[in-house]
Design a protein. Structure first.
Length: 82
């Protein structure tokens, strides 16, 4: 399967953005770093970089607090004229 290289990220009260896979990982690390406690399925992974990678591979949303969720979706950008 082809490596996904871009994601649309959605945050409450923010404009959607298109980020590279590397930028999306950093964005997720930042979001996870703001949480007091990581989600139960990520808690055993320890390092936030590993947690972010797991989220990128297995999920498309993260609840930061009740009623406040961020989302990310893989997209394929076509080259101009392609």
């Amino acid at each position: 399967m082809r490596e996904l290289d871009h994601y649309v990220v959605l945050e409450p009260a923010a404009t959607e953005r298109i980020l590279t896979a590397a930028e999306t990982r950093l964005w997720l690390i930042e979001q996870l770093g703001r949480l007091e406690h990581p989600p139960a399925d990520l808690a055993g992974l320890g390092d936030v970089a590993v947690q972010a990678e797991r989220l990128l591979d297995t999920a498309c949303e993260l609840e930061l607090e009740p009623g406040r969720t961020i989302q990310w979706f893989a997209v394929r950008l076509e080259p101009p004229g392609g």
